[in-house]
Design a protein around this ligand. Structure first.
Ligand SMILES: *[C@@H]1O[C@H](CO)[C@@H](O)[C@H](O)[C@H]1NC(C)=O
Ligand SMILES: *[C@@H]1O[C@H](CO)[C@@H](O)[C@H](O)[C@H]1NC(C)=O
Ligand SMILES: *[C@@H]1O[C@H](CO)[C@@H](O)[C@H](O)[C@H]1NC(C)=O
Ligand SMILES: CC(=O)N[C@H]1CO[C@H](CO)[C@@H](O)[C@@H]1O
Length: 513
C-alpha cells in the first residue's frame, strides 16, 4: 500500500518531465509560449531560467546583453502566481521575458547608459513609457541589450555593435560579419534565442538594419505610435521604439502592447489615432498579400544576375504574385538622387541640434547623474579616453552637436528640406502608383531607412535569405504614417509563404563557447 503514493508521484514526475521536454525552447514564439503556459506545461520561471542560461553560455561570445535583471526571476514568479490565481493580464505578454535596448530607461537595478560609462550610476525618474506598458501587461524585464554606443551618435568611426560598456556585439551567423546597429544586441539576442522578444530604437536604420543582418523581424513604427518618454534621445522628430523578434507575429504582439498614448510624449497624441479598433493582431492574415499593390524600388535590387540575392528576390516576387499581390516594378522614388546626395548632411544638421536639446533635457531631468549636459559627456570622454576608446573612435558627432545653438534658420531649412524630399518623394510615388507599400531589399549597403526616417514613416523587415559567408539579408516593406495594418498583412503573409529564417548554427563556434 505504501508503494502506491510514491508510484503515482513517480508517474507525476515522469509526466512533468515529458511535458517539459515537449516544450521547444529554441525558436519559441509568443503563441507557443502562451499555449504551454495555458496547458500548464511551462512556467515563466522555467522560461526565464532558459534565457538566463542562454545568456550565460552565449554572451561571452556574442556580447548581446549588457546586464541581466536581478529581479527577472522574482517577476517571473509573480507572473506565475498571478496566472495560477486566475489573474491573467491582457495583451498576450503575461510572463514573457523581454530584453530592452540599453537606452530604454527602467527604474530599479538596471542601468540606462546608452552603453557609455558617462551615464553609469545615473538614476532615471521612472520607467520609460513602453516599459510601463510592458509591466502592466505582466511581461518580465529580462535585462538590457548592447548597442552601438549612444545609438551610433557619438562618432562616425564607432563600429556597429560596439559600446564601452557592452564590448563588441557579434553577428551569430558569422562572427566576423557586421551585426549592424544601433540595436545590435536586440537583433543578436533575438536571433540566438537569448530572449523571447526584444525592443530596439530607431532614428535612421537602427531597428531595420540589425534585424536584417541578424535574420530576424524588425518593426520600426510610425514616429509617435510608441512613446519615447524615458528613452535616451537623438531626435524627437525621428526616434521610434519598436520590436525586434524572431517572427512577424511576435513583433506584432509586442507592438500591440507598447503602442499607445503617453502623457509624457506629446507625439503620441496624434499617432495613436492610427491604432485601429481591435488592435494589430487582426492583420496577421495568411492571405494578407491578396490584392496588395506593391511598389518594387529598382535601386535596391540591382544585384548581379545569378547572384544568391537576385535569385532569391526573383523567387520571392513570384511568391508574392502567386499570393495575389500586384507588383509594380522598376519604380524609383522621385528625389532619390537628392536623398542620396544631400539627404545625409541635411539630416545630420537637423539631428545634431535636436540631439543637443533633447539630451540636455533628458540629463537635467534625471534625479541623479554624473553628467548633466552634453558638454559634460564630452568632458567625461576626454578624461576616460582609454575606457571609452576615444583615441580609436573619437566623438566627432558629439562635438558637432555641442557646437549647435538650438533650432535656428539653418536647422529649420534642413527640416523643411527633409519634409520636401519626403512629400515630393515617397508620398508622391505612393499616391501616383496607388501603392499599399514599397518593397526594397535590405542589407548593409541597401537600406531604405533614410527614406522612412525623415518624416516618421514605418517599416518592417523580414528575413529573405543568406548570402555569401552565411550573412543574412532581408526584404523591407515601407509605407506612409499609420500604414502598420497593411505592412503587417504584407509582411506576415510573405513570411508565412517563405519561412526563410533559420536559427544561427552556433555549434560552429563551439570552440569559442
Ligand atoms: C548598475 O551599475 C552599477 C555600477 O557599476 C553596478 O553596481 C550594478 O550592478 C549595475 N546593475 C546591474 C543590474 O547590473
Ligand atoms: C563649430 O561651428 C563653427 C561656426 O559655425 C564652425 O566654424 C566650426 O567648424 C564648428 N566646429 C565643429 C566641431 O563642428
Ligand atoms: C565569415 O566571413 C568571412 C569573411 O568575412 C569568411 O572568410 C568566413 O568563411 C565566414 N565564416 C562562415 C562560417 O561562413
Ligand atoms: C531637392 C530636390 O531635388 N527636389 C526635387 C524633388 O523632386 C521634384 C519633382 O521631381 C522636383 O521638382 C524637386 O526639385
Amino acid at each position: 500500500m505504501a508503494a502506491l503514493p510514491s508510484f503515482s508521484l513517480f508517474l507525476l514526475l515522469l509526466l512533468t518531465a515529458s511535458q517539459l521536454q515537449a516544450f521547444e525552447f529554441h525558436e519559441a514564439t509568443v503563441d507557443s509560449i502562451n499555449q504551454a503556459f495555458a496547458a500548464g506545461h511551462l512556467t515563466s520561471r522555467q522560461l526565464v531560467e532558459f534565457y538566463l542560461d542562454q545568456i550565460r553560455r552565449l554572451n561571452p561570445l556574442l556580447r548581446a546583453v549588457i546586464e541581466v535583471s536581478p529581479d527577472a526571476l522574482r517577476e517571473a514568479d509573480r507572473a506565475d502566481a498571478e496566472r495560477s490565481s486566475g489573474r491573467l493580464r491582457s495583451g498576450g505578454l503575461h510572463g514573457i521575458p523581454v530584453l530592452l535596448k540599453e537606452n530604454i530607461g527602467t527604474r530599479g537595478p538596471l542601468n540606462t547608459t546608452a552603453g557609455s560609462f558617462a551615464l553609469l550610476g545615473s538614476v532615471v525618474p521612472q520607467d520609460a513609457g513602453v516599459v510601463g506598458r510592458l509591466r502592466r501587461a505582466g511581461a518580465v524585464i529580462l535585462g538590457t541589450a548592447s548597442l552601438s554606443e549612444w545609438a551610433h551618435f557619438r562618432g562616425d568611426y564607432i563600429p556597429n555593435g560596439w559600446s564601452a560598456r557592452g564590448g563588441q556585439g557579434r553577428n551569430p551567423y558569422n562572427l566576423s560579419a557586421d551585426p549592424c546597429g544601433s540595436s545590435s544586441g536586440s537583433g543578436i539576442a533575438a536571433a540566438a534565442n537569448m530572449a523571447a522578444v526584444t525592443l530596439g530604437t530607431e532614428t535612421d536604420g537602427s531597428i531595420l538594419c540589425p534585424s536584417t543582418l541578424n535574420s530576424v523581424v524588425g518593426i520600426k513604427p510610425t514616429v509617435g505610435l510608441t512613446s519615447r518618454a524615458g528613452v535616451i534621445p537623438i531626435s524627437p522628430r525621428q526616434d521610434s521604439v519598436g520590436p525586434i523578434c524572431r517572427t512577424v507575429s511576435d513583433a506584432v504582439q509586442v507592438l500591440e502592447v507598447i503602442a499607445g498614448y503617453d502623457a509624457r510624449d506629446s507625439a503620441t497624441v496624434e499617432a495613436v489615432k492610427y491604432i485601429p479598433k481591435g488592435g494589430y493582431k487582426q492583420f496577421l492574415k495568411i492571405d494578407g498579400l491578396k490584392g496588395k499593390r506593391l511598389g518594387i524600388l529598382k535601386d535596391y535590387f540591382d544585384y548581379p544576375l545569378g547572384s544568391v540575392e537576385a535569385k532569391a528576390f526573383e523567387k520571392h516576387f513570384q511568391t508574392m504574385r502567386n499570393k495575389g499581390a500586384i507588383l509594380i516594378e522598376n519604380l524609383q522614388i522621385p528625389n532619390t538622387t537628392a536623398i542620396e546626395t544631400i539627404g545625409y548632411t541635411t539630416e545630420q544638421i537637423a539631428l545634431s541640434a535636436e540631439f543637443k536639446l533633447a539630451l540636455n533635457s533628458y540629463l537635467s531631468a534625471l534625479p541623479y547623474s554624473p553628467v548633466r549636459t552634453l558638454a559634460d559627456v564630452i568632458d567625461f570622454n576626454k578624461k576616460h579616453k582609454i575606457k571609452e576608446k576615444v583615441n580609436e573612435y573619437g566623438q566627432d558627432i558629439l562635438l558637432e552637436a555641442e557646437n549647435t545653438t538650438g533650432i535656428g534658420p539653418r536647422e529649420r531649412d534642413a527640416i523643411a528640406l527633409l519634409n520636401e524630399l519626403s512629400v515630393k518623394g515617397l508620398e508622391r510615388l505612393m499616391a501616383e502608383q496607388r501603392l499599399d507599400a514599397i518593397v526594397t531589399a535590405a542589407a548593409l549597403d541597401r537600406l531604405v531607412s533614410n527614406v522612412l526616417a525623415f518624416r516618421g514613416y514605418p517599416g518592417i523587415t523580414v528575413p529573405a535569405g543568406y548570402a555569401r559567408y552565411g550573412i543574412p539579408f532581408g526584404l523591407c516593406f515601407g509605407g506612409l504614417r499609420g500604414s502598420e495594418p497593411k505592412l503587417i498583412e504584407i509582411a506576415y503573409a510573405f513570411e508565412q509563404a517563405t519561412l526563410v529564417r533559420k536559427p544561427p548554427e552556433l555549434q560552429m563556434f563551439r570552440r569559442n563557447l
